[in-house]
Design a protein around this ligand. Structure first.
Ligand code: HEM
Length: 291
């Protein structure tokens, strides 16, 4: 059951991070003309992400019922689902989370007219509500409030960074189109501007998470939790390195070099692939005892 839960968490965190990042990019970073040219492709991606989000949210509830109950028999037992939803802190948060997931799917399935900003706000609340489950709620009182707030900031900053990499890679494919080139340049500038804050916020909130969830710096590599946390931090360090090269080497030379455009696209896709690995690693170690 643990492996199924880890896969379910990966799909759930991954789809939530993408939903928020893509809609924030389309809603606030892409100039009108460019946003219209990316609309159809990104609308398909967010619809699939919302659907995966709803399915994995239901699966997470069933698996949590099995974990809190007597194993697989309680995974399929509606009265255990009801007890988990009504009698546990996780369940009370999950009621709201499931409603938000269903609202996103129904809105994106209706003729939603591409209100990307509304989708960004709705998916921000949906993604942020994950900051009220798991190890984020281990602590109570003031420390508990800081831990929940830090997890919310962590998820939104991580979502902006990772999710926006998909429209960014797509819009680099439009750089050759002279009609869209200035829009693409403006979107790149806006992303790298806000991107600095997102990277700083995800690292700062990550350090706060380490302090509150683990209570010490991860140095004990014989602890699976600490080893995986160190692996995650290493992956993020490589992503930051790529982001710096993209911003300060490749983007400035875009106008004069075809090579720079190709390298920037490859590097952006590599950054995204590393991001998926980061979410996979945390989907695993978030289920382990933080010691
Ligand atoms: C691209 C950057 C990052 C992304 C996308 C990301 C993603 C996530 C996600 C989805 C969670 C929630 C998991 C859960 O609640 O179980 C999480 C938790 C966490 N993250 Fe990150 N993270 C990033 C960077 C970092 C960094 C740089 C650090 C450390 C400095 C860090 C440390 C943590 C810790 C300690 C937790 C709590 C895990 C637990 O619940 O036991 N993260 N991260």
């Amino acid at each position: 059951m643990d492996d199924t839960l880890v896969l379910c968490r990966l799909l759930h965190y991954g789809s939530g991070l993408l939903l928020f990042g893509i809609s924030a990019f389309q809603g606030w970073l892409a100039p009108q003309h460019l946003a219209c040219s990316l609309d159809a492709a990104l609308a398909r991606i967010v619809s699939v992400a919302a659907f995966i989000g709803l399915l994995s949210a239901v699966a997470w509830l069933l698996l949590a019922s099995g974990e809190m109950g007597d194993g697989w028999s309680d995974v399929w037992n509606p009265s255990t689902w009801y007890a988990v939803l009504t009698d546990t802190e996780f369940g009370r948060v999950w009621q709201i989370h499931l409603l938000l997931a269903a609202a996103l799917v129904s809105f994106l399935m209706s003729g939603w007219g591409r209100y990307w900003r509304f989708v960004a706000v709705l998916s921000a609340v949906y993604l942020g509500s994950l900051g009220f489950v798991g190890h984020a709620v281990m602590l109570q009182g003031a420390a508990g409030r800081v831990s929940r707030a830090s997890h919310v900031v962590h998820l939104l900053a991580g979502g902006f960074w990772l999710g926006a990499l998909i429209p960014l890679a797509l819009c680099l494919g439009k750089f050759a189109d002279t009609g869209l080139r200035s829009d693409v340049s403006r979107a790149l500038q806006r992303f790298s501007g806000l991107g600095h804050f997102a990277v700083a916020a995800v690292i700062a909130s990550g350090i706060i998470n380490v302090a509150l969830v683990l209570g010490r710096w991860p140095t004990n590599v014989s602890s699976p939790y600490q080893l995986l946390l160190l692996l995650k931090m290493g992956l993020v360090a490589v992503m930051v390195g790529l982001a710096i090269v993209n911003r300060y080497v490749l983007v400035p030379s875009l106008k004069n070099s075809e090579n720079a455009l190709r390298s920037l696209r490859r590097s952006t896709l590599l950054e995204l692939a590393l991001g998926v690995c980061v979410v996979a690693v945390v989907s695993l170690f978030g289920t382990l005892p933080p010691q």
